[in-house]
Design a protein around this ligand. Sequence first.
Ligand SMILES: *[C@@H]1O[C@H](CO)[C@@H](O)[C@H](O)[C@H]1NC(C)=O
Ligand SMILES: *[C@@H]1O[C@H](CO)[C@@H](O)[C@H](O)[C@H]1NC(C)=O
Ligand SMILES: *[C@@H]1O[C@H](CO)[C@@H](O)[C@H](O)[C@H]1NC(C)=O
Ligand SMILES: *[C@@H]1O[C@H](CO)[C@@H](O)[C@H](O)[C@H]1NC(C)=O
Length: 231
Amino acid sequence: MASERAVFARCLSLFVAFHSLYCGNAVNTTFGLGAMLSSLDNQKVFQSAVDKINANSSSLLRGAILNASSYVLNPNPIRSAMDVCEKLIANGVAVVIVSHPRDELSPPISVSYACSFYWIPVVGISSRETIFSDKSIHESFLRTVPPYSDQAYVWLGLLKKFSWSKVILLTSNDQDSRMIATKFTGLAEKNNIKIEKTVMFQTGCLNVTSQLAKLKKFQSRVILFSARFVP
Ligand SMILES: *[C@@H]1O[C@H](CO)[C@@H](O)[C@H](O)[C@H]1NC(C)=O
Ligand SMILES: *[C@@H]1O[C@H](CO)[C@@H](O)[C@H](O)[C@H]1NC(C)=O
Ligand SMILES: *[C@@H]1O[C@H](CO)[C@@H](O)[C@H](O)[C@H]1NC(C)=O
Ligand SMILES: *[C@@H]1O[C@H](CO)[C@@H](O)[C@H](O)[C@H]1NC(C)=O
């Protein structure tokens, strides 16, 4: 929470800095807004949303105007970082919005790295990976979707609903699943839910029959399962 507040504070001070640097005493302020999106269709949606906001800028943005430019995110992380630098940062954008490459859910880590180097806030609209919560690496990354690890709260809600108090955790050995397990373990302790056994299998394993067979000897009939899909 505290670090998120710090990022918000930094966004605000960045805006103020841009304002006084580039706009002087002008009545109308223009902010550069960049977006790396998954498709041409989404670029159109984005542009029409920006047009609507600009049309109503006196009430929504105190008269400020958004100068938006958007591009399709390249699946190659080096290419996408270069695109962000050449097409957005070089043109002085104040904020970058990022989703994911078309047909792929690979996280826009390189975009976040490139922007944090220039202290430009990045707003992720589809990245749910735990890694982005690490503010020592992704200093200026904010997101509008919860991290996968928040699934632990859903598990807890279901267990409480049915008054189930003993479970087995079966997860793959990737960062997100490990984080869900860690978060759930903390929640379970506080809510008197006993984790009878935790089993981790190799990420990418598609057949967990043998793991399930080993769980037969335990009492619990509730198995909480988390796995990362590796295409
Ligand atoms: C500010 O913007 C409004 C509407 O976009 C326009 O009518 C007005 O002339 C602009 N003022 C200045 C000083 O550019
Ligand atoms: C403009 O913003 C005001 C205040 O937020 C809102 O009431 C109004 O409906 C908006 N108009 C349009 C055309 O979006
Ligand atoms: C808007 O951005 C483009 C490049 O992204 C730049 O060429 C143009 O001068 C900007 N317009 C204003 C009014 O800032
Ligand atoms: C999964 O593994 C089990 C044994 O570990 C095997 O009997 C079964 O056929 C496998 N299923 C598939 C779909 O590969």
